[in-house]
Design a binder for this molecule. Structure first.
Ligand code: ACO
Length: 430
């Protein structure tokens, strides 16, 4: 894997240490620094700005060019020509399925959509006004208490079964969170429907009425799922890998990923972005908010703008923008004030030197919030939808890590700047 070395010169006597340099199939060369610890040398890299934490074959991002590939396929092609379950198969198995593999995969996932009956009473322990992400954290972690036959992480069949269960049950549990919060009865999945239709059906159907599905809306949501399915070593995926490196079971690891996703700097940004657009309200207020975003003394940031990796347009944001138009058209929302504010905000920010010089472009969350709102999905469910879609990415990355013979427990070092060793002072002498 390494045909080059980098030379590290260190210490007062200028010792030299050759470090292997790995060439990726795409992207920047990576220096292997694992041997440094043996020389009692550690590196300092808060936020992993310069550190590759693993080797992976799943997803590739070129942040400068605005490229996102799942298993080599560009996200735009997958969003336009594939569907979410096919993308799940691709992420899990590294190749697109044949027609018969696709049919079998759909059947397998559908077979696992129901949750254990005992889970229904589990929901009753939560307050009705709990944030759905709080409930998701609890119920996904609780799956490990229900499915003992898929907890042996050393057994590939157990891992596969856990992956199917997680992908299949997430929509059911997400819809249950919503139904519980509004006091409506839970709605069982109907396996004649496809994955995304089933989710919309479980979210919005009531026993007293027929449910009529708008295919433009289910296609739009399916696209949102595809766009959010994986994103290489982001904060929540790294959390899943770190939790998994200890040998924790997959349900517990995915619950850890959900916790990390919840924050407004990550998956919580779509909800925060819609709150911000609602707060701005009209075009007249935009300049005030742009001024605040640029003020170093003000902690306010333009939600839905900026990304650690993309220093160009987020390719998912471009697909999302188009999808957003299609949904507003299908619903005959011709004059959405929110969308108008979003478009104007985008235009102004893209022309402003503060944003240009820092390479702050709209990210996927900038448009996904408006689209989800138009689909009738309440704001506090946005991050749950993200978690639902990202589950396949988390599971694929977790599986890749467990199957890697080089796997070790994730255990970073630190730069200690606390007190020197000192003696305990008894209470009466302090
Ligand atoms: N609004 C205003 N200024 C910003 C923004 C923003 N949204 N994002 C970054 N900046 C500024 C910072 O203040 C900083 O300015 P400085 O150089 O003058 O100090 C500079 O741009 C670099 O920002 P960092 O915080 O160093 O960038 P980092 O890579 O650490 O942060 C992040 C990335 C967290 C996404 C950030 O851009 C942000 O908070 N954006 C808003 C939240 C958001 O939309 N998150 C969703 C991310 S996508 C996802 O998870 C699906």
């Amino acid at each position: 894997m390494s045909d080059k070395t980098a030379e590290l010169i260190f210490g007062p006597d200028k010792q030299s240490l050759p470090l292997p340099v790995y060439k990726p199939t795409l992207g920047t060369d990576v220096i292997d620094i694992t041997s440094l610890a043996k020389k009692d040398i550690f590196t300092y890299d808060p936020g992993f700005m310069s550190t590759a934490s693993c080797e992976s074959k799943i997803t590739y991002i070129d942040g400068d060019k605005g490229i996102l590939l799942y298993r080599g396929y560009p996200i735009q092609q997958l969003a336009e020509r594939s569907d979410f379950l096919e993308v799940c198969y691709l992420l899990l198995n590294a190749e697109l399925p044949t027609a018969s593999q696709k049919k079998q995969f759909f059947k397998t996932i559908n077979h696992h959509t129901l949750v254990h009956e005992q889970m229904r009473s589990f929901f009753n322990g939560f307050r009705r006004d709990a944030h759905p992400m709080a409930v998701m954290l609890g119920v996904v972690g609780a799956l490990s208490a229900f499915y003992h036959d898929s907890l042996d992480i050393k057994n590939p069949e157990h891992r596969e079964l856990a992956a199917y269960r997680l992908i299949a049950k997430m929509p059911t549990m997400a819809a249950m969170c919503y139904k519980y919060s509004i006091g409506q009865p839970f709605c069982f999945p109907q396996n004649k429907r496809d994955y995304t239709e089933n989710f919309l059906y479980m979210m919005f159907s009531v026993p007293s009425e027929d449910y009529v599905l708008n295919p433009v809306l289910s296609r739009a949501l399916d696209r949102i799922f595809i766009l959010h399915a994986d994103h290489e070593q982001n904060a929540s995926t790294s959390t899943v890998r770190l939790a998994g490196s200890t040998g924790a079971n997959p349900f517990a690891c995915i619950a850890a990923g959900i916790a990390a996703l919840w924050g407004p700097a990550h998956g919580g940004a779509n909800e925060a972005c819609l709150n911000m657009l609602e707060e701005i309200g009209t075009s007249a207020n935009i300049s005030k908010y742009i001024k605040r975003a640029k003020d170093p003394e003000d902690s306010f940031r333009l939600m839905g703008f900026g990304h650690r990796v993309y220093k160009n347009f987020d390719p998912r944001a471009m697909v999302m923008r188009q999808t957003c138009h299609e949904v507003l058209e299908a619903l005959e929302i011709h004059d959405s004030p929110l969308f108008r504010v979003a478009l104007e905000l985008e235009k102004i920010a893209l022309e402003d030197d503060y944003f240009i010089s820092r390479k702050l472009y709209p990210n996927v969350d900038f448009y996904s919030g408006i689209t989800l709102k138009a689909l009738g999905i309440p704001k506090n469910m946005f991050t749950v939808i993200f978690a639902l879609a990202r589950t396949v990415g988390w599971v694929s990355q977790w599986n890749e890590m467990i199957a890697d013979p080089k796997r070790r427990i994730g255990r970073p070092r630190q730069l200690y700047t606390g007190p020197m060793q000192r003696d305990f002072v008894p209470l009466d002498q302090r």
